[in-house]
Design a protein around this ligand. Structure first.
Ligand SMILES: [Zn+2]
Length: 248
């Protein structure tokens, strides 16, 4: 597939123009024009790039790319090593941040919800970033956190009474602990995200709303993976999702 066609397709599907983001969305580093093999991953770390290059990727597609707002502009050190690997091997880097959290089908929140069997009935927070589902049958926090653990293959950090009944489940992947108050205001009984901060414990205790930190990486594995699968089914592309272990 032609790189320019792929970029147009991705920008269109993910509606990149709609988002004000902390990084550029789309093609971040230009590589060869003809793309046959595309590797996807959560973060364009050096370990990920090395694995992608070994597999023979012509392009990589990630959720966490480069050139974040307020980042030092110099191309030195670790940044140099990463860019050198891409440029020396003529590999393109596509990165989609908020558009990939948000997408109703291939997004991180949509895919995590599907994995957990949750059907969203409303959204909350800035840009409607958070998702909310009302279960027809209440379930205990203990039961839900066990389901999260089994689905993600990682033990989550859980705050709340294990026996408390959940009806309204809110979630937002990644480092979205800052939306806990918005989830509470939206009527959630539990809020699931990737990361946690110290003050969350007190907010949870004082509001009575349970909190689950299931891992930033673990909760954001599914969006980019489903998008890669979609590309391989739609175009003549070979796709590989490369999961670089990250306990955070
Ligand atoms: Zn993230």
């Amino acid at each position: 597939m032609d790189r320019i066609e792929l970029e147009l397709y991705l920008n269109n599907v993910l509606e990149t123009a709609r988002f004000k983001d902390y990084c550029p969305n789309g093609l971040q580093v230009e590589g060869r024009r003809k793309i046959e093999k595309i590797a996807t991953g959560v973060t364009a770390s050096l370990a990920f790039l090395e694995a992608a290059q070994e597999w023979g990727a012509d392009a990589v597609l990630v959720h966490h790319g480069y050139f974040w707002r307020n980042e030092a502009p110099q191309i030195t050190g670790r940044k140099y090593q990463r860019l050198k690997l891409l440029l020396a091997n003529d590999i393109s880097l596509f990165a989609y941040h908020l558009p990939l959290d948000d997408h109703p089908l291939y997004g991180n929140n949509a895919q995590l919800g599907a994995k957990l069997g949750l059907i969203a009935d409303s959204r909350f927070g800035d840009n409607n970033i958070g998702w909310l589902s009302t279960s027809p049958m209440p379930m205990s926090l203990n039961h839900f956190s066990a389901q999260v653990e089994q689905t993600l293959g990682r033990t989550p950090l859980v705050l709340g009474d294990p026996d408390q009944e959940l009806r309204r489940i809110a979630w937002c992947t990644g480092a979205a602990q800052g939306y806990f108050d918005a989830a509470i205001e939206a009527g959630a009984d539990v809020y699931l995200t990737g990361e946690i901060s110290e003050q969350i414990m007190h907010i949870s205790a004082e509001s009575g709303v349970a909190f689950i930190a299931a891992g930033h990486h673990a909760t954001e594995r599914y969006g980019v993976q489903s998008l890669g699968t979609h590309l391989s089914e739609t175009f003549n592309l070979e796709h590989l999702f490369i999961d670089i272990h990250n306990p955070v």
